[in-house]
Design a protein around this ligand. Structure first.
Ligand code: ISE
Length: 347
């Protein structure tokens, strides 16, 4: 492989454009070779961020014409599989935004296709695993310094939901992050999920049950409550508190400039996830590029993506039953044990 990988970015919405800017301005060892986006206006705006990139309406055209080494997929989840399967067939590296897919069946098809290759090629964009604060909390848990982890209180708050948001989608697209990060923090797979609906936010679209309270339990008995709000207006906030045998630890409070003025105290909160997790995305993408140059992956695998799809399906069922739903994922294939996909060492 060359010293600079040629990447196609598929999907030029907020996240795709963000990755194009990232690779073009602050990632080493990679160049955006193609922007794949059927909407001509969006494609042109995104391509302007990556001088020299071709603009294609179809991923297959980029595969045929742009000598790709890798692809970043940043389309809605329903369009992931049609890009992943030909990318796997071409043997290129894949960084797929979360969730891997929006149902376990398509995730399974992807696992099967990937296992035809000699090693994993897919990394899923669960960027929280690269966030400095999450890494600190994980190190505390793993060190045992505060005793065993007993419970987690998680708050995941978005300022406003797009018109396309749905009650089930809040689990599949948003709580997907907690479905990945809770077992990662606890070091134990998810065993069950329960969903309750508090009083509805009248600012949410009529069809949307927002907020939602989700209770996750790991096989080791750690309980995590998650408040998922998608119309909370004030800003973007992801907070996590760990309850240990000998204390508590919290991440996700606003940091940076604090002001005391006109009889009040203020600290700016993030407006959206692209700034809250900017550092995590930078590390994630740089490490993925570095790993790709070495013929490896370095982050959450397609298996992790499949586990989230299974847990999300259970969560959507739990929304309708109102009771605890077991999460049954099966055994991890040996294929996903090699090479290591942990992200514990900083770049
Ligand atoms: C979005 O796709 C993300 O990944 C954000 O982190 C999350 O907060 C938001 O709810 C999702 O829609």
């Amino acid at each position: 492989m060359t010293k600079e990988i040629r990447v196609a970015v598929v999907g030029a919405g907020l996240m795709g454009a963000d990755h194009i800017r990232r690779i073009s301005t602050r990632t080493t060892g990679a160049v955006v070779a193609a922007v794949v986006e059927p909407d001509a206006g969006r494609a042109a705006a995104a391509a302007a961020l990556a001088p020299g990139a071709s603009v294609r309406a179809r991923f297959e055209d980029a595969l045929d014409l742009d000598s790709l080494d890798a692809v970043i997929i940043a389309t809605p989840a329903a369009f992931h599989e049609p890009v992943i399967l030909p990318a796997l067939q071409a043997g290129i590296a894949i960084l797929c935004e979360k969730p891997l897919t929006d149902d376990p069946e398509s995730a399974l098809r992807i696992l099967e296709a990937e296992q035809q290759l000699s090693r994993p090629h897919i990394q899923v964009g669960f960027m929280r695993r690269f966030d400095a604060e999450y890494l600190e909390l994980k190190a505390l848990i793993d060190s045992g310094d505060a005793g065993a982890l007993l419970a987690l209180h998680c708050a995941h708050r978005n300022p406003s939901a797009p018109p396309s948001a749905t009650t089930a989608g809040m689990i599949v697209d948003s709580v997907a992050h907690e479905l990945d990060i809770v077992p990662w923090l606890a070091g134990s797979p998810l065993a069950s999920v329960e969903v309750r609906f508090p009083r509805r936010n009248s600012l949410a679209a009529k069809n949307l049950r927002d907020p939602q309270l989700i209770l996750l339990e790991t096989e080791s008995g750690v309980l995590a409550d998650v408040e998922m709000s998608v119309n909370i207006q004030f800003g973007y906030q992801v907070r996590t508190e760990g309850v240990f045998e000998r204390g508590v630890a919290e991440i996700g409070r606003p940091s940076g400039l604090a002001q005391w003025r006109s009889g009040s105290y203020a600290r700016a909160e993030h407006a959206n996830f692209d700034t809250r997790f900017a550092g995590a995305y930078d590390v994630e993408v740089q490490r993925w590029v570095n790993a790709t140059l070495l013929g490896r992956t370095d982050g959450p695998s397609a298996w992790d993506g499949y586990l989230v799809a299974v847990a999300a399906e259970a969560g959507v069922l739990a929304q309708t039953t109102g009771s605890r739903v077991e999460i049954k994922s099966g055994h991890k294939p040996a294929f996903y044990e090699l090479p290591p996909t942990g992200v514990s060492t900083p770049a």
